[in-house]
Write a protein that binds this ligand. Structure first.
Ligand SMILES: [Zn+2]
Length: 91
């Protein structure tokens, strides 16, 4: 993934919630960010924030939220989880 979009630009679409420490991503809810999202193709904001702060996400891993807030992008609330077994779980 290249770094066309700066963290400063991303932060324009983040609302910090001071009580919980969560950074709520509002980019996907805003009309004027659709163009920006199109540039990202299928990049999720939480994955982007992870890569900006911690580097490349290893193959077979995905970003999950320790705080259980799906739209949170605070790097300190994110963790990596193995994707193995998740998709093939339907019996
Ligand atoms: Zn959070």
């Amino acid at each position: 993934m290249d770094n066309r979009i700066s963290i400063e630009k991303l932060m324009e679409y983040v609302v910090p919630v001071t009580e919980s420490g969560c950074w709520i991503w509002i980019g996907s809810m805003q009309e004027d960010s659709r163009r920006m999202n199109a540039e990202w193709e299928n990049v999720h904001p939480d994955e982007y924030f992870w890569e900006v702060h911690f580097g490349h996400i290893p193959t077979g891993q995905c970003v999950c939220h320790k705080c259980n807030v799906q739209c949170c992008v605070n790097p300190s609330h994110l963790c990596l989880k193995a994707t193995e077994g998740v998709s093939g779980e339907t019996a």
